[in-house]
Design a protein around this ligand. Structure first.
Ligand code: URP
Ligand code: ZN
Ligand code: ZN
Length: 474
């Protein structure tokens, strides 16, 4: 079955060019100048992309479908979350399988694989949260790498839950260096944060805003620095997740300037939301914006520093850290954010965003003049594909690549709202925000799964995506 996408502007991380794209079954088989070929004669289906951008499907390398956290679970299942991803122009996610204390790495991986299998609307891979570093876990990293799980997340935060101490981190990094796999780091000084949280509660400071206030920028920049030092000692590749503090970005920039294989991401919530406008809202409303690392004060200049880092390649990726929890009771999961009424430390950490990212970064990045069209694609698709062993199968429009293609209308003005999103969560972090540019058509390996307002996919369109080990410096 051949599909021709004609008349659009093809945008990759490198090129912006008027071109037609020919897809055969799941693969892009030709890209050519309009009017120089007769592909329409043999195509089974022609999609008119005149006036639109034809771009690679988004890759979100940081999601947490069904994550157990703080006494509940992230409200999106693999089914609902990946369908929402598709609506937002994302055709690949890399979710985090979880090893809990006392469990083997492989058992955790198998559990997550079973949750996702036949339940994903888009393609999916896994990183592994290593929550219990011991000799067996280190040996099991080899097994997971063979299964295409080539990146491992460690936590310097959340003592008693996912936390690893520096010795454990160093051992895992040494193993990652020996196997050419990637260490992903949640870089916050969890021990110091726990003291600040306890002291805030003792003073009677229980509102959601205290979540942000007890995780000051220094706790992120110190941990980022320490992670870089340990990775350098081990000779490992390091990717720092969900960065929100300008001082932490400076640590990344300094390491990269020294030529270290250090990479980092930020997320839309850190680019668009602030303590002043969101987390400090009256009553319990601020709980909507409780996540770690925290949303920070805009007066401190973090948002500008993050956008600047994205523009200059100090930061390489925009992911979502999609980890939604409802404000009111979830029909199946019950109380979620409100577990923390009267005690901000009990609010489950995380925000929805898997459906928002691709379009928000176009809006705030391209439409508002901060980055180029090509950089938009690099940040939301290509760089993650390269860093996490999916390129060039994913992350670009090229002959031989998977036909994961989004047709994007740059001229649509619309307003974001919970009433129009597809994530299984009862609020939008961007409610009422006017944005420019919208996903029109989404193709997953040659199959149109979104066509305007219509969802044409199924819950098992997505395939598991085994990934290669680290091959590029970026
Ligand atoms: O608040 C967050 N980030 N929740 C998800 C878990 C994590 O640390 O990534
Ligand atoms: Zn994290
Ligand atoms: Zn996360």
């Amino acid at each position: 079955m051949k599909t021709l996408i004609s008349g659009g502007i093809v945008i990759t991380a490198i090129d912006t060019v008027a071109a037609d794209v020919l897809v055969d079954d799941e693969i892009i088989i030709a890209i050519g100048a309009p009017g120089t070929h007769d592909w329409a004669d043999t195509a089974d289906n022609v999609i008119d992309a005149t006036g639109k951008y034809v771009v690679p499907g988004g890759i979100d390398p940081h999601t947490h479908m069904e994550l157990p956290f703080g006494g509940t679970y992230a409200s999106d299942t693999f089914e609902s979350g990946t369908r929402a991803a598709a609506w937002g122009g994302t055709t690949t996610i890399v979710d985090f399988a979880v090893q809990v204390k006392g469990e083997s790495l492989i058992a955790g991986f198998d559990t997550w694989m079973a949750k996702a299998e036949d339940n994903c609307a888009v393609d999916y891979g896994f990183h592994m949260i290593a929550g219990d570093i011991n000799p067996q876990s280190l040996a099991d990293m080899d097994v997971l790498i063979d299964r295409g799980c080539t990146s491992f997340k460690l936590f310097m935060a959340y003592p008693g839950v996912f936390y690893s101490d520096d010795g454990e981190i160093l051992r895992a990094m040494q193993k990652a260096a020996a196997t050419n796999s990637m260490i992903m780091m949640h870089a916050e000084n969890g021990m110091a944060i726990d003291v600040l949280r306890e002291q805030a509660l003792e003073r009677g400071e229980t509102d959601p805003v205290n979540h942000s206030l007890t995780r000051p920028a220094a706790t992120e920049s110190e941990a980022t620095h320490r992670a870089i030092v340990l990775a350098e000692l081990a000779g490992a590749h390091l990717y720092v997740v969900h960065m929100s503090a300008k001082e932490a970005v400076e640590e990344i920039a300094e390491a990269r300037d020294r030529g270290l294989p250090v990479f980092a991401e930020t997320c839309p919530q850190y680019l668009f939301l602030s303590v002043e406008d969101h987390v400090s809202q009256d009553g319990f409303e601020g709980a909507k914006y409780v996540c770690s690392t925290p949303i920070r004060k805009s007066e401190e200049g973090h948002q500008e520093a993050l956008w600047n880092g994205l523009a200059t390649n100090d930061l390489q990726v925009v992911s979502t850290d999609h980890c939604p929890f409802c404000m009111d009771d979830h029909p199946v999961l019950g109380t979620q954010k409100k577990l923390g009424v009267g005690d901000f430390t009990a609010i489950p950490n995380g925000l929805p965003g898997v459906e928002d990212r691709f379009q928000l970064i176009y809006h705030g990045g391209v439409a508002e003049g901060r980055i180029s069209l090509n950089r938009w694609i690099e940040l939301t698709s290509t760089a993650a594909a390269k860093l996490f062993g999916m390129y060039p199968k994913k992350g670009t429009i090229a002959v031989g690549s998977d036909a994961d293609i989004v047709i994007f209308d740059p001229d649509v003005d619309w307003t974001k709202s919970v009433t129009q999103h597809h994530m299984d969560v009862d609020y939008s972090a961007y409610e009422g925000k006017d944005v420019k540019g919208r996903v029109k058509t989404v193709m997953l390996r040659g199959k149109v799964i979104i066509d305007g307002d219509e969802y044409l996919g199924t819950k098992s369109d997505g395939q598991y995506l085994p990934r290669e080990t680290v091959s590029v410096h970026h």
